[in-house]
Write a protein that binds this ligand. Sequence first.
Ligand code: NI
Length: 213
Amino acid sequence: MNEARVRDQALRLLEQAGPGLAPIVQAGDPVLRAVARPYDGELAAEELDALLALMFRTMEAAPGVGLAAPQIGLGWALAVVQDPGVGLVELEAVRERTPLAPRVLVNPRYTPVEDRTVGFYEGCLSVEGYAAVVARHHSVRLVGWDAHGVPFDEVFTGWPARIVQHETDHLGGVLYIDKAEIRSLAASAGWGGHWALEPVPRTAAAELGFTLP
Ligand code: NI
């Protein structure tokens, strides 16, 4: 898909969504499996602002803590993240789920800054109704640009590190299920809904028969 085509798609999406939301693409759509093109200023400033606002609205309404452009069908390396937390003290402490202020990731890349990985349940707005345990780097160094083209180079730790890894993976055509302990896969509508609330998924590992990373 060429750049002009992604731009046209973005403008069409903005027109269709108006003040509303963008439909979230589900697993099986090839756009989620393609490597997103680097975003290189193809949109005018006000068009980009409108697209990012649409992404934030769609993420918050879902609700989710991150949304990558391919999840609304756009093959650009853009993502938004924001995590106000869930208000469950023990869960947040164990997962190091510190609040993540709203931010925009343009052409992000991450590298691990330590060998340690941590395994917790996570889900994805494009794999509706499921969650699974994924081993993620405990800390990563993330480099990229913000919405104004200002470069950043930052270390993220704990849950914010998980979020930026998940979103950056989307831009490479990778879904969390590719990295998940597949036996941990749990439907949130059924019994599996319990597991996401277990601070460390030890009982889930024992009952479902997977090794906690
Ligand atoms: Ni996702």
